[in-house]
Design a protein around this ligand. Structure first.
Ligand code: UP5
Ligand code: MG
Length: 195
């Protein structure tokens, strides 16, 4: 019996590069289910009775990465619950621990199609997140102090993961410094090639 594995696309890029914005557009046009690791963690943080709430809040505020067991099981549950077959996994895997945890538990249960990588300068990303904070995002990490930490983590821990996938020829890069519509035009070309 040949069983179809769920297909996943990892969506990576600096904080504020536009991962979430583009994932909503992709999910509307191409029917992928959008799973944001950050959103799943923020939900878990709010869930009454969660034993991880405080740990998650502290990690997010400090721009540090939550241990993979927590994130991976949230993603796994969301995939199971959806009953769908194609997923955008937004903002994961972000470090070596994430990558190893995914390989241990999920790699055999899914098919990785490619890694979508949004390239955007630190200045532009910082401005976007600060604007979003000023507009009332309510995110405890949309402030200059947290953003510095988020960027350090991105450069030190996440870039090596992107490079790791690049060496396997799996990275699809998109310039994310232009308008959302222009970014999506380039994104579409990548997804249209799928089938
Ligand atoms: N905007 C978007 N696109 C634009 C464009 N082309 N031109 C102009 N403006 C644009 O966009 C950010 C802002 O910019 C918005 O106001 C948008 O309108 C505007 P968004 O689409 O939200 O960008 P995104 O890349 O999704 O930014 P986000 O802030 O969500 O990125 P992060 O990667 O920092 O956040 P995430 O939620 O993924 O993670 C937060 C924290 O959770 C992490 O720091 C970490 O502590 C924790 N985490 C883990 O521990 N493990 C994980 O696996 C995931 C997260
Ligand atoms: Mg996001």
């Amino acid at each position: 019996i040949i069983k179809m594995l769920p297909e996943v696309v990892f969506v990576l890029g600096a904080p504020g590069a536009g991962k979430g914005t583009q994932c909503s557009l992709i999910s509307k046009e191409f029917g992928f289910v959008h799973l944001s690791a950050g959103d799943l963690l923020r939900e878990e943080r709010q869930r009454p009775g969660s034993e991880y709430g405080e740990m998650i809040e502290e990690k997010i505020r400090n721009g540090e990465i939550v241990p993979v067991e927590v994130t991976c099981s949230l993603i796994h549950n969301a995939i199971q619950k959806s009953g769908k077959t194609r997923f955008l996994i937004d903002g994961f895997p972000r470090n070596k621990n994430n990558l190893e945890g995914w390989e241990r538990v999920m790699a055999d249960k899914t098919k990785l199609l490619f890694v979508l990588f949004f390239e955007c300068s630190r200045d532009i990303c910082t401005e976007r997140c600060l604007n979003r904070g000023a507009a009332g995002s309510g995110r405890s990490d949309d402030n200059l102090e947290s953003l510095k930490k988020r960027f350090n983590t991105y450069l030190n821990d996440t870039m090596p993961i992107i490079n790791h996938y690049d060496e396997q020829g799996l990275v699809r890069r998109v310039n994310a410094e232009v308008s959302p519509e222009e970014v999506f035009n380039d994104v579409k070309k990548i997804f249209k090639g799928l089938d």
